[in-house]
Design a protein around this ligand. Structure first.
Ligand code: C5P
Length: 306
């Protein structure tokens, strides 16, 4: 037996972070800084990225299974998250970051934001930084509009550019059937096309009181009827094939059909697992790449530490 077996392994921490969907995505006219004011209702759903961090000489990031479209250099959002956290604490520590992806890349489900949130929580635990929640949320907001929600999870409203999150009551048990698309959609392009299609968009979009009431009541049917995404029209214009996916999903027993975020993932909502599984089996028989995700679920949380 080699001596290495008896060495203490470097301590590592693994954090799991969920994908998100936007039950409402109300988009307003672009602000002076180019971002769009949002009135959104997020729900965290059970598709996850697992992020493992280990202290190291230099920053690095690697995927357990390589996926096209994820940068592996300094512009990876997980490295940016790590650097932002150590800068906040005035430290020069570094870490190796390993990501096991379960959230589709460029799918409109905030996979990059989940990685950033998971990295913040993992490094905070690894180095026992005990960063206060409000400081974590501020660091997260600087990294991306969806990153604070990936920390909070559950169901929450998002105002500002999406970064001002507040948990809301959600008594639903949602069964989402997510239909994936192999070509991603670039978020900025979808927002730009929204501007072209909606020159008269409101300066301040409003949260849907009806949708919030349906969530509090646990009424999945009413949620399905009221959920709405202002990016649906521009995404469908950029990707006409999504209309066919919508037609297919409307042919199931779903309570409603929705574009996820800026797309191209499409979602159908069911109020029970039996119907969701039945629809999934029918679609898979036709060769459609899809998966079931329940919601709401917790935000970024530690799953192992050592
Ligand atoms: O904040 P985040 O980095 O996730 O945003 C990615 C891009 O999406 C932005 O550069 C912008 O083009 C667009 N965006 C926007 N308004 C928002 C959120 C995102 O225009 N509220």
């Amino acid at each position: 037996m080699s001596a290495a077996v008896f060495d203490d392994p470097e301590p590592s921490v693994t954090v799991r972070a969920p994908a998100k969907i936007n039950l409402q995505l109300g988009v307003g006219a672009p602000r002076a800084d180019g971002f769009h004011p949002l009135a959104t209702i997020y729900q965290a759903v059970a598709l996850y990225d697992d992020v493992t961090v280990t202290q190291s000489e230099d920053w690095s990031v690697r995927l357990v299974e390589p996926v096209d479209g994820v940068p592996l250099g300094e512009d990876n959002i997980a490295i940016r998250a790590g650097r932002a956290l150590v800068a906040h604490h005035g430290s020069d520590l570094a870490a190796e970051i390993v990501i096991a992806k379960g959230i589709p890349v460029a799918g409109g489900m905030a996979g990059g934001s989940a990685d950033a949130a998971a990295t913040l929580v993992a490094l905070d635990r690894l180095w026992e930084l005990e960063t206060p929640d409000d400081e974590m949320l501020a660091i997260a907001a600087d990294l991306g509009s969806d990153v604070p929600f990936a920390l909070v999870g559950g169901t929450a409203t998002g105002l500002g550019r999406g970064e001002v999150v507040a948990p809301v009551p959600d008594a639903t048990e949602c069964w989402w059937l997510a239909v994936f698309s192999h070509d991603g959609l670039a978020t900025p392009a979808v927002y730009r096309h929204f501007d072209e299609l909606s020159p008269d968009a409101d300066a301040e979009p409003r949260l849907s009181a009806e949708l919030l009431a349906a969530l509090a009541d646990g009424d999945v049917g009413a949620v399905g009827a009221r959920m709405d995404n202002d990016l649906w029209a521009p995404a469908r214009a950029l990707r006409p094939d999504l209309a066919e996916t919508e037609r297919m999903l409307r042919g199931t027993a779903a309570a409603g059909v929705l574009l996820s975020g800026s797309g191209p993932t499409m979602l159908a909502l069911f109020d029970n697992g039996f119907s969701a599984r039945g629809a999934m089996a029918a679609l898979q028989e036709r060769g459609v790449d899809c998966a079931i995700a329940t919601g709401p679920v917790a935000g970024a949380h530690v799953v192992t530490y050592g």
